[in-house]
Design a protein around this ligand. Structure first.
Ligand code: NAX
Length: 328
């Protein structure tokens, strides 16, 4: 058998962790032939709960799961890891200001960035799911100067999948008929799901649907506010779908995107599409050999331009705020 790939998951005792770990251990990222070793990071008070999750992992007797290590020290947990899924973050509590939230998460993601820099494997790839994901990724990347910037991604795949499902439902087609969808910008309510470059069975989605009123006043807010709608209905935030999106992002990044399509990933901007260099913003990408390429040359109409600019402006504001706090 091949050597196990070492995968770190932070916030492993949380809601998303409870779905994510079992998917990873069953081979959902690296396929049925690659053993995995799990490295699970939690804060000290959650280690007891994490023990219970590890007992359940054992009770699945997964063929591919070669080892599980747990702990509260990122230096130990990240030692030699090839993939780090940073899910754990500090949620906004009652009365917490935005600056407090950025600062609390800044402390977490700067420490984890440093630990990855000093201890992870040379080929490490880091995917941030914990919110505010794009800015947490920016902080981690700035604290890991020895790791190439493009190894830090943030998750917008859940938004991508949500948009795809909405388009398929509206057009009355299978989700597999929807391709070339893009989420631009921040993983927040300003994100922009672009239907002008999306295809439905190979035809332009905006033209096939031909309903500007729906696109602007139904589709966009539905996708942008889907997280809140799930909380309203379920009494808890999206977890299984977020875990699924994390798996799909990591899988496609490392194993390649399907030919003739692309996916959405938040990656450090190289200045493409007018997004200031360095901001971790969502783009359409293709991947091959573990490297992504931002899809070049797409047409951006006036409507899209304004939406992308607004979301990117929000990312720049978040960057300026964490800069002012001395976090980057
Ligand atoms: P939970 O609160 O259930 O779990 C988070 C876990 O992280 C907790 O067990 C906590 O002890 C742990 N944690 C906190 N600080 C840590 C640290 N410094 N090191 C290691 N572990 C730490 O949240 P859950 O529902 O699992 O969501 C996790 C994160 O994902 C949240 O920030 C959430 O906002 C974010 N999400 C991001 C999404 C995306 O698409 N990018 C969608 C889903 C989700 O909202």
């Amino acid at each position: 058998a091949s050597t196990p790939v070492k995968i770190a998951v932070t916030g492993a005792a949380g809601q998303i962790g409870y779905s994510l770990l079992f998917r990873i251990a069953s081979g959902a990222i690296f396929g049925p032939d690659r053993p995995v070793e799990l490295r699970l990071l939690e804060i000290t008070p959650a280690l007891k709960a994490l023990e219970g999750v590890v007992m359940e992992l054992e009770d699945c007797a997964f063929d591919l799961l070669s080892d599980v290590q747990t702990g509260d020290d990122p230096a130990k947990i990240f030692d030699g890891v090839n993939l780090a899924l940073l899910v754990g973050a500090r949620p906004r509590s009652k009365g917490m200001e935005r600056g407090d939230l950025l600062e609390a998460n800044g402390a977490i993601f700067s420490a984890q960035g440093k630990a990855l820099n000093d201890h992870a494997a040379d080929d490490v790839r880091v995917l941030i799911t914990g919110n505010p994901a794009n800015t947490n990724a920016l902080i981690a990347r700035h604290n890991a100067p020895d790791i190439p910037a493009e190894r830090f991604n943030a998750l917008t795949r859940l938004d991508h999948n949500r948009a795809k499902a909405q388009v398929a439902a509206k057009a009355g087609v299978a989700v597999s008929d929807v391709s070339h969808l893009t989420i631009w910008g921040n993983h927040s309510a300003t994100q922009y799901p672009d239907l002008y470059n999306t295809l439905i069975a190979g035809q332009n989605a905006a033209k096939v649907i031909n309903d500007q009123e729906w696109l602007e006043n139904d589709f966009l807010p539905t996708v942008q506010k889907r997280g809140a709608a799930i909380i309203e209905a379920r009494g808890a935030s999206s977890a299984a779908s977020a875990a699924n999106a994390t798996v799909e992002h990591a899988r496609d990044w490392l194993l390649g995107t399907p030919s003739g399509d692309w996916v959405s990933q938040a990656v450090p901007s190289d200045g493409s599409y007018g997004v200031p260099e360095g901001l971790i913003s969502s783009f359409p990408v293709t991947t091959s050999g573990g490297e992504y390429t931002i899809v070049p040359g797409l047409e951006i109409n006036e409507f899209s331009r304004a939406k992308i600019d607004a979301s990117v402006a929000e990312l720049a504001e978040e960057r300026d705020a964490v800069k002012a706090l001395g976090l980057i």
